[in-house]
Design a protein around this ligand. Structure first.
Ligand code: SAM
Length: 343
């Protein structure tokens, strides 16, 4: 008896996953999607010439992208196979698309990919792999790995920006936040979520609090016609005084840190809160065995000192700092949202 066809197909798909990712990363890096948007219906030789690559390699890459649903292809009148973007590429892969994931794709390719090649060590040791992948000792996770090189810092900020833009509205509207007039987005990076919050809540002012090296570059990511209700403040949330606010936001922050450091941060937030203040956490949560969340937790293992968590874990951590009435919304848009109120 041979194996079940569906089972075989599934296991092969899993084994092929990394090839699909790398094909997407490579086509994005070589500018294939932007090229085919400005000049659709090119054949492989024409694409190869534009992206300065071999015809053979380009042909393989374009066909892989068609099979993955990123490109479409047809035979032209002169019997040449020509290529154009599929809807997925137009939605997410063009560098100027409103929901472009280009920044995140480059981060996955150039930072996450090398780290994942050391997954076995990460699993054995339970630690991130920056030193093995990049030869960098990481005493301070952000300063020593991502922020000590300007290009890598901008790439990381651009990655955070692209995800925050795609997920921001769902997080900003997950709960009725109308009672909160001031919010502080701790580790708010480029301010993408802060801008979504002010768009969704016309009365709200948001302070983005992040490390000085990030805040000094944040202007590059400001939307062109933004209202003046988003401001930036440079500081270290483990060391410096936190701005006063009715609502503290932790979007993809706690997954960077182990419980000990999460306790330090929550203690500091709790000390800044008054009764009725709240914490809004946006993370992908492990409940429900979603592959994306579980794989994201491996991602945090190889990259950070943290991990993804379950709703219950967040509720327990928050409860120890006087937060209760925990509510969770699964936005089904990459991130889940949790709000807890200071009792
Ligand atoms: N909240 C953003 C989002 O969801 O796109 C960015 C998340 S990113 C994973 C973590 C952010 O925390 C970065 O912007 C980083 O600079 C910031 N951060 C890390 N350590 C910090 C610290 N000690 N004080 C303030 N911000 C910090």
């Amino acid at each position: 008896n041979g194996p079940q066809k569906d089972d075989l197909q599934r296991i092969i798909e899993l084994m092929d996953g990394f090839k699909a990712s790398k094909a997407l990363f490579t086509a994005s890096r070589l500018g294939v999607f932007d090229l085919l948007q400005s000049r659709p219906e090119l054949d492989a030789a024409q694409v190869a010439q534009e992206i300065k690559a071999s015809v053979k390699g380009t042909q393989c890459l374009l066909d892989a992208c068609v099979s993955l649903g990123l490109l479409r292809s047809r035979e032209s009148s002169c019997q040449k196979r020509v290529y154009m973007n599929a809807a997925l590429a137009q939605g997410f892969l063009l560098s100027d698309a409103p929901h472009s994931l280009g920044g995140y794709i480059q981060h996955c390719d150039q930072t996450v990919w090398p780290l994942f090649t050391h997954l076995e060590c990460a699993v054995r040791d339970g630690t991130h792999q920056h030193e093995k992948a990049f030869g960098k000792k990481a005493n301070d996770l952000f300063q020593d790995t991502l922020y000590n090189n300007q290009d890598i810092k901008l790439r990381f900020m651009s990655a955070m920006h692209s995800i925050a833009k795609v997920t921001g509205r769902a997080v900003a509207t997950a709960f009725d936040l109308s009672r909160f007039k001031t919010a502080c987005d701790l580790g708010g990076c480029t301010g993408a979520l802060a801008h979504e919050l002010t768009k969704a809540h016309p009365e709200m002012r948001v302070t983005v609090f992040d490390l000085p090296t990030v805040v000094e570059m944040s202007g590059r990511f400001s939307p062109q016609h933004s209202e003046n209700r988003v401001s930036f403040l440079a500081g270290d949330f483990f060391e410096d005084e936190l701005p006063k606010a009715d609502l503290y936001i932790l979007a993809r922050i706690l997954h960077d840190w182990p419980d000990e450091k999460v306790h330090v941060l929550l203690r500091r937030i709790a000390d800044s809160c008054t009764s009725g203040s709240a914490v809004l956490i946006a993370e992908t949560m492990l409940d429900g065995w979603k592959p994306h969340s579980a794989l994201q937790s491996l991602n945090m293992l190889v990259q950070t000192e943290g991990m993804e968590r379950r709703e219950r874990q967040f509720a327990d951590l928050l409860c120890q700092h006087g937060f209760g009435d925990v509510q969770v919304v699964h936005t089904r848009n990459f991130l889940d949202a949790l709000i807890a109120f200071k009792m």
